[in-house]
Design a protein around this ligand. Structure first.
Ligand code: FAD
Length: 317
């Protein structure tokens, strides 16, 4: 079923979450068993992230370094199939511009359609760590809006090459990313919203936000998005802080601020356990307010660890 249909049918705020494929070499069993308790909260859908290639350097005996491209977390499509089979809920694969030619995107979408995936989150992706800025593949997409266009084109039976005579129409519901604290490359929020609108104008039907810790920033974002003429549902992304390291890592990686009230509490923490307790309390308060304001779903960034999300969801659903 499409995400938009789940949202339309819902009588109250839904519970949904995102997982990461396991590191290469690890089995899927542990991941599926790990998220199984979260089914208590009846998620209609689970997102599965996509991880593009990274470059590693292998040193040879002669001292020369060889640059090797590798994917550390492959398996997004297989995990989606496993989730749908095991839990009978929708799986939403993340699909990137980065690392894909248009041809590869088309083939990936055909695979997804064949295994029964009805929703995709269309993203640009970031540059690989070793590269400073995002560079599309030759004949790849520069921005998520172009990827949305390709997917919506396939929904209309439009394929890349004219020799495809019978254009089977896919029927994907497409989601896109939104940034309550602005995407880090956008020079202003107005600029960012212009291109968020382009994604929606090209056919995206819902928005999932980057994590945020200050609800006021989310409420302001929703206001600005609506003022920009975007009417699709906006699903807030929730991430509880669970370790001392995340206090500096999350702002650095995701270009977001931690509110003073939260920082006052976190600064008193000496151990990860103490941080986790503060993080859970903060997320519960955030979620309660978001539910009161009638958000369509609370979408948890679980990092494939279910225990923290379970504790929060138990207080909300
Ligand atoms: P876009 O919408 O293409 O925007 C990128 C930047 O370009 C923005 O600054 C925008 O303002 C600007 N822009 C857009 N269009 C134009 C234009 N036509 N001209 C000029 N500027 C333009 N990354 C992964 O690698 N894997 C994942 O699974 C993943 N999942 C995510 C899930 C969510 C909910 C979110 C919020 C992010 C996720 N990301 C993921 C990270 C995402 O790939 C990065 O944030 C990336 O830098 C931007 O992706 P986007 O789709 O928002 O890009």
């Amino acid at each position: 079923m499409k995400i938009t249909e789940h949202l339309k049918e819902a009588k109250s705020t839904l519970f949904s979450f995102e997982i990461l494929p396991p590191l290469k070499g690890q089995s899927l069993k542990e991941l599926l068993e790990g998220i199984s308790p979260l089914m208590d909260f009846k998620p209609p859908f689970v997102d599965v992230t996509y991880h593009r290639e990274e470059f590693i350097y292998k040193k040879h005996p002669n001292g020369l370094l060889e640059k090797i491209s590798t994917k550390k977390r492959p398996g997004t499509v297989g995990i989606c199939a496993a989730i749908m089979n095991r839990f009978h809920i929708d799986a939403v694969p993340h699909l990137l511009c980065g690392g894909f030619t248009k041809e590869e995107t088309e083939n990936a979408l055909i695979d997804l359609n064949f295994i029964g995936v009805e929703n995709v989150l269309a993203l640009r992706g970031d540059a690989p760590k070793a590269e400073g800025r995002f560079i599309p593949e030759p004949n790849g997409h520069h921005f998520a809006s172009e990827l949305v266009q390709q997917i919506i084109g396939m929904n209309a039976g439009k394929y890349l090459h004219e020799e495809t005579e019978i254009g089977f129409q896919t029927d994907f519901c497409v989601g896109v990313a939104g940034y309550p604290e602005k995407h880090f490359e956008a020079p202003s929020m107005k600029f960012d919203l212009k291109y968020l609108k382009e994604k929606v104008d090209n056919g995206a039907e819902y928005i999932v936000t980057q994590m945020f810790f200050d609800n006021e920033k989310f409420f302001k974002f929703v206001e600005d998005v609506r003022a920009a003429g975007i009417t699709v549902p906006i699903i807030p992304g929730i991430k509880p802080i669970t370790t001392l390291g995340q206090i500096t890592m999350l702002p650095r990686t995701f270009f977001l601020d931690l509110p003073d009230d939260l920082m006052d509490e976190l600064e008193k923490c000496k151990t990860n356990q103490e941080v986790k307790e503060v993080g859970i309390e903060w997320s519960i308060a955030q979620c309660k307010e978001l539910v009161e304001r009638g958000v369509p779903s609370l979408h948890f960034y679980t990092m494939s660890k279910a225990d923290t999300t379970y504790k929060i969801a138990k207080e909300i659903f």
